[in-house]
Every structure is written in C-alpha cells, then in structure tokens.
Design a protein around this ligand. Sequence first.
Ligand code: BMA
Length: 311
Amino acid sequence: MKKKLVRRYEKNPILTKDDIPYPVETVHNAGVAKFNGRYVMLFRSHLDTGRSIIGLAESDDGFNFRPRAKPFMLPAKEPPFSEYEQFGVEDPRITPLEGGYYITYSAYSPHGVRTGLAKTTNFESVERIAFITQADCRNTVLFPEKIKGRYARLDRPHCDINPWSIWISFSPDLRHWGESTVVIKPVQYHWDEMKIGPGAPPIRTEKGWLNIYHGVFQTMAGCVYRLGAALHKLDDPAQVLGVANRWILQPEDQWERVGYVNNVVFTCGAVAEDDGTLKLYWGAADTVVCAGTARIDELVELCLTDSRPGV
Ligand code: BMA
C-alpha cells in the first residue's frame, strides 16, 4: 500500500452541528489561521433554508475548537454587498497578510457566484472590502505576501467549453486584478478530470508555493471530491513546477462518504507549523469538519517527483 500523506486526526470529526449554539444544519468547509497563538476557524453552515452563513470557532491546539455564540458573517444587508449575497455566503478562506487577516468567500445571488474580499484584524468585527471577481468565479485564495511587488491570487472561473481550471491573477491593491492566466487544468480520465479549484491559501516552502486544491471525478453514483497538491515557483507562481499525479486525500471515513452531499472532502484551509508539519482541515460530505496532518516536505516531494505539468 502507498504511504498515506495525510494522517487523519483520530477524533474526527472535529466540529459538527451539535457543537454550534445557534441553529444550523451543517458545519463544514473551513478556513483556519493562527491568530495571537491560537487557531481561528471560519466555517460554512447551511441553514434550514438551504442557504449558507459563516461561523467562527477558536482552539488552542488546532483540533479542539470552541464555536462562538453567534455567526461571524451573515449575508450583507447594505448595498453594494447585499445585492450579491442574497443567496448566502460560503467557503471562507483566511490569509494572514501584512498584519491583517483577509477573508475570501463565495457570495451567491440570482446574478451567480462571485468572490467577496473582507478583512479583520481581531476576529471580532469584519469589514467587507470589495467583490474581486465577476460571476461566475470562486474558490479564490490569496498568496500570503506580495510577489515582485504585487498581490497574487488563484481562483476558478466557470467555463462552458473547458473543464473548470485554476487561474492566477495579480493586483497592485487587492481590489483591481488582471494579467490572468490559466495555470492548472484537469486531466482527462484522471481523478480530477471533471473540474478543479483552489483549496487552502498557498503555503510558502523552500521549493515553491504549495497549493492544496480539490478535484472532482464524475461517477455513475455522483461526483467524488478529493484533494490534490501542486507546487508553484516562488518568485513566479504563474509557473507550475508540478501537479501531483495522485490525490492526497479522498472520502474514506463514514462521515466523508455519507452526508448532505456524499463523497466529499473539500478544503478551505491549512496551517503550516514550525516543525515542518501541516494541519489540514476539510469539510466532510458537506456536513462536518475534519482535520489531519501531513509533512510539508513529503507533499512538496510528491509534486516534484510524481507529477504532471500544470497546463
Ligand atoms: C462545491 C462547493 C463547495 C461544496 C462542494 C461539494 O461546488 O459548493 O462548497 O463543498 O461543491 O458539494
């Protein structure tokens, strides 16, 4: 048997709807960051309308999380944000950047799905900055530092004539984005053949930016969401050094295989630790939050040795 690169936390799932002090139907896709020595998690929850909101939970060890009494982000009530969040807010990612914490999230409305950018400095209040994509484009992750003087991001536009792929864009100010190019495409009859999208915000390693993304394969029993890894060049992340051929995590545990949407592991966040390990968080079957650990150097090695080009 091949070595498992992601080791599941033995007490998964780490958060379920029963832990939440307000009514929700699910607790899943979660961005996580370290803040003042603790771990802060922003997670998506479905309400019983089928629409989503974002909650917050805190932890001292990255595994045992205490949810806050109230949700952290509800659909905006004030223009211009209210128009584009009517159907809910989903899939938050947190990027520590220049002393603040930037949150990218999916904003759903009758106009489609686009990416909202918000900022917090204390995880008590949050300020919406702008929508940074048009419809239909989501799964946006920011790089945690400027690269050659510009901000950078990965995202995933929808497309009719090409399997949905991962793109990169650059910005002088986090609001205006351009110079977009496609960087990773799905491969036919491969585990990620149907569509792919960025997952956790990229992680700086000595050998490149580690990008943990999700890939989808369609079967007769529905779609299977798995996680994969890719490595981007440090000073030019539009260049992909390698996309691991094999997935790094797939639905296996009961709560990953059966839930609100069956057969889903979907990440919005990972935390790199000083000891070279990664804490990885994923929504399981769109119902609960799970965690695991991996060695960063093993993931990087996989991207460099058993891999394909990005495009
Ligand atoms: C994607 C997003 C995620 C979700 C996944 C599986 O398109 O909607 O929020 O976890 O599908 O249902």
